[in-house]
Design a protein around this ligand. Structure first.
Ligand SMILES: [Zn+2]
Length: 42
């Protein structure tokens, strides 16, 4: 299942680490996508 942000292979490897604070967002866009994904995941 692709990441809920639409561009990653999976949420676990793409946005989830950023949402959980395990990985720093590399770009402002990545941070925005992570915030969107957090919202989409509830
Ligand atoms: Zn993502």
């Amino acid at each position: 299942m692709p990441c809920v942000c639409g561009i990653g292979e999976s949420t676990e490897s793409h946005c989830l680490p950023i949402i959980k604070g395990e990985k720093a967002a590399e770009t402002a866009e990545a941070l925005m996508r992570a915030r969107y994904s957090a919202y989409a995941l509830g």
